[in-house]
Design a protein around this ligand. Structure first.
Ligand code: NAP
Length: 531
């Protein structure tokens, strides 16, 4: 299956001047126990930039429809959607069904802009309001699947059933078990002529909440506060507007992202979305929680999906999905960046990790020696690389290219041995490193994930062993100052942060994604704000 149906109508580079490029509304779910609290939330939703509020009256304690709805509908600073979700559809209401529908009819009479009615009872509800529905009130008929996402045909059948009830707006919310599930929702969204809310719940459905704007979704939900969501995977209003620049997404916006698992910690969306916006590049950059790279790549094969960064644990799998791979990435056996070539749609793989890391280490070495050596300051140095995954390979090859004597230490010895043999160096296990100090002034690079958030108290090498190193680099950048770097600093070593590697390779990736020079200061500023 492909998503080849969205036409490309404008050039990739287009000055995005802040004008809205889609009609998708941002709807803030309002969930509180009292009417007063709801009114406060509605005000906040408006201040944050939402277009409408979904008032979840099933959350109200002692809900009295006649009194409460009048206040809620009339005093809302934004258009209202009244939802009275019963337990049997994933909501809070557990009472009499006829009373529930009576409250919905009342909301309609009071002039709420939208009313949500569940598909299971929609036919009966429509019969009960025949001829009484005010023209301006729109009825959303909704279906929620908290377990999975049906096939295209399955979603299509649901749409037909919902349309048959007389719905003004179709709402289908399903659950993603895999990121490829979103593709089916996008296909239905992009083809449907009637207004549709098509969202895929859960962490793996996150992209549906942003790309609703690209594929013509009627609305997407944005929470007022982080974590206070009405369905799993919901972003905040602030993230929709400021991080993902959702108003600037159009049908022709090119999709980029970072492919990894887990991916929630990644700073890359902050960085690339801000950078794209600053130069007026018509692109979006998403966190892509991918289980199988091969499935992802074969599903999202349209020309709109154009550029990826690769991170743990997919750098090696990414390489296997490329049509062409640059020689350094081939030698390393891992990619960090993939670009769809516009001329023929072929996927090109690159490894730009080593450029960033080795450059930062060289700079620090030059600084600490107070010299500007003409050759690489790494030449001849004993360079110990901990880790033999994607980043480990990049560092080991980079060091080897610069003439360093490379040692590879890894938890899994076999991998250390394999990598060391390619760069003409020695291999050992991480455990053996404690007693490894053939000379003083060695250089250490950690490329294992030991010490990364959330396990920030872990460290790959005990402090006693660090005194033999003159410079320590840690590829981890969340947190910036890892325990390894802090202890290395206390032991007198020069330290180089993983953020430097990240920044340098981000410059290179930005240029590959956009064909434009990287806004370097902006990228540094965004990263400083987000670490
Ligand atoms: P990867 O290919 O999955 O490799 C992970 C490495 O960590 C392997 O050597 C693995 O050893 C080791 N490891 C994992 N858990 C361990 C544990 N509990 N104890 C000891 N060793 C362990 O990942 P990667 O892409 O190389 O990334 C590694 C780290 O570098 C991550 O923290 C990532 O965020 C960071 N990174 C940073 C940048 C940057 O720009 N600063 C760029 C790329 C990566 P085994 O072989 O024994 O499994």
């Amino acid at each position: 299956m492909t998503l080849g149906s969205v036409p490309l109508t404008t050039t990739d580079l287009q000055i995005v001047d802040g004008a809205r490029r889609n009609s998708t509304l941002i709807c803030a779910p309002v969930m509180a126990e009292s009417v007063d609290q709801m009114l406060v939330q509605m005000k906040k939703a408006k201040e944050l930039g939402a277009d409408l509020v979904e008032i979840r009256v099933d959350f109200l304690k002692n809900f009295s429809p006649r009194q409460n709805l009048e206040v809620l509908v009339k005093q809302s600073p934004l258009p209202t959607l009244i939802t009275y979700r019963p337990k049997w559809e994933g909501g809070e209401y557990d009472g009499d069904e006829s009373k529930r529908q009576e409250a919905l009819r009342l909301a309609m009479e009071l002039g709420s802009d939208f009313i949500d009615v569940e598909l299971k009872v929609a036919q009966g509800f429509f019969s009960s309001i025949q001829g009484k529905k005010p023209e301006k009130v729109k009825i959303i008929v909704s279906s929620h699947n908290y377990e999975s996402t049906p096939s295209i045909e399955g979603i299509g059948e649901l749409v037909a059933k919902i349309q048959a009830t007389g719905a003004d707006i179709v709402k289908i919310a399903t659950t993603a078990l895999d990121i490829t599930d979103n593709a089916r929702m996008f296909q239905v969204l992009v083809h449907l002529q009637v207004p549709m809310i098509g969202l895929v719940m859960g962490e793996r459905g996150f992209i549906s909440r942003i790309l609703a704007a690209k594929y013509g979704g009627f609305l997407t939900f944005g929470s007022i506060e982080a974590g206070v969501v009405s369905a799993p995977g919901q972003p905040t209003i602030k993230d929709l507007l400021d991080l993902y620049n959702i108003r600037q997404i159009g049908a022709d916006t090119k999709i980029h992202g970072v492919i990894g698992n887990p991916i929630g910690h990644s700073k890359s969306p902050h960085l690339y979305n801000a950078a794209f916006k600053s130069v007026g590049f018509n692109g979006i950059y998403l966190p892509l929680l991918v289980d199988s790279v091969a499935n992802y790549i074969s599903t999202y094969s349209s020309p709109d999906f154009v550029g990826y960064s690769y991170t743990i644990p997919h750098k090696e799998a990414g390489l296997k999905c490329c049509d062409e791979v640059d020689p350094i990435a081939q030698a390393i056996g891992a990619i960090s960046c993939m670009i769809r070539r516009p001329t023929d749609g072929k996927l090109m793989g690159y490894n730009v990790d080593y450029l960033g890391a080795i450059g930062a280490i060289e700079e620090a070495l030059q600084g600490s020696n107070g010299t500007s050596a003409s050759g690489s300051p790494l030449a001849g140095k004993l360079f110990v690389v901990m880790g033999a995954g994607g980043a480990g390979k990049a560092l080991a090859y980079g060091g080897y290219e610069k003439g360093a004597r490379v040692v590879v230490a890894n938890r899994t010895y076999e991998k250390a041995k394999e990598l060391a043999s390619k760069v003409g160096g020695q291999a050992m296990t991480l455990g053996e490193m404690k007693d490894f100090h053939p000379e003083e002034g060695m250089i250490l690079a950690n490329t294992t994930s030991v010490g990364m958030k959330p396990r920030i108290d872990d460290t790959p090498l005990p402090k006693e062993a660090l005194k033999h190193y003159s410079l320590v680099f840690d590829a981890i950048y969340t947190p910036k100052l890892t325990r390894l770097l802090r202890e290395a600093q206390e032991s007198g070593a020069t330290i180089v942060y993983g953020t430097e590697m990240f920044i340098n390779q981000a410059f290179v990736q930005f240029e590959r994604f956009t064909g434009l020079p990287a806004p370097k200061q902006l990228i540094r500023d965004v990263l400083a704000r987000n670490t």
